[in-house]
Design a protein around this ligand. Structure first.
Ligand SMILES: Cc1cc2nc3c(=O)[nH]c(=O)nc-3n(C[C@H](O)[C@H](O)[C@H](O)COP(=O)(O)OP(=O)(O)OC[C@H]3O[C@@H](n4cnc5c(N)ncnc54)[C@H](O)[C@@H]3O)c2cc1C
Length: 461
């Protein structure tokens, strides 16, 4: 990568493209990390006239998953998932597209054929983002690893594989009780409306407290078939940098199942104290689902942290009779992932409540996925620019996918916070009945895009 000549600066290592930025550093924003979130954020700030210093440790130092010198490197799949408006990530893309996102425009320009999905030419995409960011007159690049949190306005977008030195600084900033996680062990999430309540019931163990759980019973034959499938299902690849720590203290459900035919019946599938109201008896095994959001539209499978491949999770967990048609809003994952306990730390604009000059963006805020990371970078860029320009924030409401993500990660009512993909479950329902899931989702998207169209004039630079 070529960098512009240093034109002289009071800050060591800092390289300004525009002389006027050197002379008035008060409104400069430092963005750490030029991944999906950092590139989008830097671009949005610069497009609004806010000078940006973008600090990226590549090519000097690379995370264990990044291999090129490009920004916005897609370190695994080249797919940005569905492009259809009946799918929440399709809606999120369309919102970003209409609002002038850098990542979406580069993705559209480098798209390869992928049916209803948006997949890109991986290198072409990253090279285009790099080029646009690198040559933007308002963005000044400072290469090298960041090991201290800089002074002034800062956006930290260093991703799921944030370097150790910076992670240590963050831990010190966030305090003893360490609201920073290094590994992700999440159980799958399903939408409440997709659970077959003819085959499940609401209740709690021994009827204690309120009937908060959805209990999904299995008889002996159903359990046996489920156990056989679970213990032989294909696991996801373990990356070289993900050592045994990923699974420490949190055993995947398939590993527990392999310990013995009935081990799960003494663990997460324990039926004790759960009498099925239709039979008056305790079933052979019971899978419990616990509410994952305040509205009760999303439920997690309790104790089902798993390392199975996503198609295998769908195949095996759909064998639980009440989940035969379940809509999986997020699959279980167990991998290296640096992320914050955001509901306790951030506001809806991804700003640190205790120190608002610092914002976070991308996967480390607990949004999950390429597009979600770009969306958080977009929101931080727009809102930070507005604040520095003395304008009020744009209140992206929960009806929009961009707004719903920010509101979800900053929602203090979420107690066991786990990274989240965008899904319609975190957006408010329509308030009227629409026949068929596709039609309903299409209406949810239409509702959101009507709002986005109204906000567009205010948002676009
Ligand atoms: C192995 C792996 C596979 C994945 N596969 C997928 C997938 O297939 N689909 C999907 O949607 N999501 C996937 N993800 C999640 C993916 O990381 C995010 O969706 C997305 O890349 C996050 O964007 P980001 O901007 O937050 O972080 P990143 O894109 O990782 O960008 C962070 C940037 O910060 C830089 N950086 C880190 N520390 C420092 C420092 N101290 N100083 C300066 N720069 C620093 C890094 O070099 C990097 O360029 C995967 C994650 C991992 C780890």
């Amino acid at each position: 990568m070529d960098f512009p000549d240093n034109i002289g600066t009071p800050f060591p290592g800092m390289v300004f493209k525009n002389k006027k930025d050197k002379d008035s550093p008060m409104n400069i924003v430092t963005v750490i990390g030029a991944g999906l979130a950092g590139s989008e954020c830097a671009w949005q700030l610069a497009q609004r006239g806010i000078p940006v210093i973008l600090r990226e440790m590549k090519p000097e130092k690379k995370t264990p998953a990044h291999t090129t010198e490009y920004f916005a490197e897609l370190c695994c799949s080249n797919s940005l998932r569905s492009n259809q408006l009946e799918n929440a990530v399709g809606l999120l893309k369309e919102e970003l597209r209409r609002l002038g996102s850098l990542i979406l425009s580069c993705a559209d320009e480098t798209a390869v054929e992928a049916g209803g999905a948006l997949a890109v030419d991986r290198h072409g995409f990253a090279a285009l983002v790099t080029d646009r960011v690198k040559w933007h007159p308002g963005i000044t690049l400072v290469p090298g690893e960041v090991t201290e949190i800089p002074e002034g306005e800062v956006v930290i977008a260093s991703g799921p594989l944030t370097s150790d030195a910076l992670a240590e600084r963050l831990q010190a900033l966030l305090g003893e009780n360490c609201d920073l996680h290094f590994y992700d062990a999440a159980a799958p999430l399903v939408s409440a409306e997709s659970v077959d309540m003819e085959r499940a019931w609401f209740g709690s163990r021994y009827d204690k407290g309120t009937a908060d759980y959805i209990n999904c019973p299995l008889d002996e034959a159903e359990y046996d078939a489920f156990w056989q499938a679970l213990t032989t299902a294909q696991e996801a690849e373990v990356h070289g940098f993900e050592d045994g720590k990923v699974f420490e203290g949190c055993m995947p459900v398939e590993v527990m199942a392999r310990r013995g035919h009935d081990t799960l019946c003494y663990g997460p599938l324990k039926p004790r104290g759960l009498k099925d109201p239709r039979t008056g008896r305790e079933p052979y095994a019971v899978v419990q689902l616990r509410k994952d959001n305040a509205q009760g539209s999303v439920y997690n499978l309790v104790g089902f942290q798993t390392h199975l491949r996503f198609p295998e999770q769908k195949r095996v967990f759909s064998m639980i009779p009440a989940l035969h048609d379940a809509e999986f809003l997020r699959y279980g994952v167990m991998h290296r992932n640096t992320f914050l306990d955001s509901p306790r730390l951030l506001d809806r604009y991804y700003r640190l409540r205790s120190e608002p000059r610092i914002s976070f963006a991308g996967q480390m805020t607990g949004v999950e996925g390429y597009v979600e990371s770009a969306a958080s970078g977009f929101l931080v860029g727009v809102e930070t620019a507005r604040r520095l320009l003395g304008r009020p924030p744009v209140n992206f409401p929960q009806e929009t996918a961009v707004g719903a993500l920010g509101l979800y990660v900053s929602n203090q009512a979420v107690t066991h916070f786990q990274p989240m993909n965008i899904n319609f479950g975190i957006m408010p329902p329509l308030g009227y009945r629409v026949k068929g899931k596709r039609n309903k989702n299409a209406e949810l998207s239409e509702r959101s895009l009507t709002i986005i169209e109204k906000l567009k004039e205010e948002v676009l630079p």
